[in-house]
Design a binder for this molecule. Structure first.
Ligand code: NDP
Length: 320
């Protein structure tokens, strides 16, 4: 009889999918608890933080820290604690099998528990100038993160949902003027938010308008100083002087691989038990932006990463 090569699949007690603040924090806690977790980074190791400029709101840094530096340090800390990193993208998860089976583009693993920390990505307009000025150039998708850089200045917010209205309200407290640019003639945000924004004298509404391009006419051309907006009704163009643009047209949680396997909400976010990280599949936990349409901050993602590691540890304890 011919010998059959049996390829041993690497088994872990905890596998963490995703390498942003949620994933690395989960790894730090799981590693310190002696579980030798494996982090599978995904296609963009470090996640959204790697393209974030100055971070001023992550506790522990009296001076701004670069997002890339912060997440690189999180990785180093996780590795120092005993976590291992695998640069791969998970393409399939068998949630029926015990242990769970995970298939990557390169590797294959089994795990007693999985922590999903795959994050979400902001939707962008795709107009000229947007990509060029993203980060410290004046285009952002997070008013909580970048709003303080625009104190006393003029900004535009794009969108008409809850996020856009919340961001505009937040910015109105910091900025001289906030121009809300929306392609419809009504807002789809909650009534209470609409009432609140309607009372703000420094919010100017541009109904049925879309940003056509984002530009800079300054000498060095490094910072946004205007947007061109076009009226949907007649294609007429107006130039609006602004110092920054906040794009708030929604986020896409990275849950394609979980579709039909773990319960998601109507927007595609992983559903977790209230105040916990447990998904509908016992042994699978979720942390960070992938399970959080509301806060979306590095520090809240890190907090959820910690919660997920503690929840996974308790689950493993009950398995024994
Ligand atoms: P939404 O999908 O609710 O809104 C997106 C907005 O962006 C819409 O006004 C949409 O307009 C507009 N938009 C989309 N694409 C474009 C484009 N290419 N150009 C111009 N405008 C565009 O996203 P949100 O991030 O606001 O909310 C996501 C989810 O999170 C929602 O379920 C929301 O309720 C929830 N949320 C809840 C909060 C709360 O409870 N306080 C706070 C924040 C979010 P159009 O209608 O024309 O498509």
């Amino acid at each position: 009889m011919e010998a059959v090569d049996v390829v041993a699949v690497d088994h872990r007690r905890i596998i963490i999918i995703g390498s942003g603040p949620a994933g690395y924090t989960a790894a730090i806690y799981a590693a310190r608890a002696g579980h030798q977790p494996l982090i599978i980074t995904g296609g963009a190791p470090g996640g959204q933080m790697t393209t974030t400029g100055d971070v001023e709101n992550y506790p522990g840094f009296a001076e701004p820290v670069q997002g890339f530096q912060l997440v690189t340090d999180m990785q180093a800390q996780a590795e120092k604690c005993g976590a291992q990193i695998e640069y791969d993208v998970i393409v399939d998860i068998d949630v029926e099998a015990r242990p769970f089976r995970l298939k990557g583009e390169i590797g294959e693993w089994t795990a007693d528990t999985i922590i999903i920390a795959t994050g979400a990505t902001a939707r962008w307009l795709g107009v000229p100038g947007e990509a060029e000025f993203r980060g410290s150039g004046g285009v952002s998708a997070c008013a909580t993160c970048d709003g303080p850089f625009y104190k006393g200045k003029i900004v535009a917010v794009v969108g008409g949902g809850n996020t856009a209205v919340e961001e505009a309200i937040h910015l109105a407290g910091l900025c001289k003027e906030v121009h809300l640019i929306h392609r419809r003639d009504y807002l789809s945000a909650e009534k209470v938010l609409i009432e609140r924004i309607s009372r703000l004298p420094n919010v100017i509404f541009h109904w049925r308008c879309q940003i056509n391009s984002i530009g800079s006419e300054s000498e060095n051309g490094k910072f946004v100083d205007h947007v061109n907006i076009v009226k949907v009704a007649d294609d007429s163009m107006t130039k609006l002087v602004v110092d920054g643009v906040f794009v708030a047209i929604g986020h896409d949680p990275a849950t394609t691989v979980l579709n039909g396997k773990v319960e998601l909400d109507s927007a595609g976010y992983v559903k977790v038990a209230p105040g916990r990280t447990q998904t509908n599949v016992p042994g699978i936990f979720a942390a960070g932006d992938v399970a959080d349409p509301h806060y979306r901050q590095a520090v809240t993602a890190a907090g959820m990463g910690c919660m997920a590691a503690l929840d996974a540890e308790r689950y493993l304890g009950e398995l024994c």
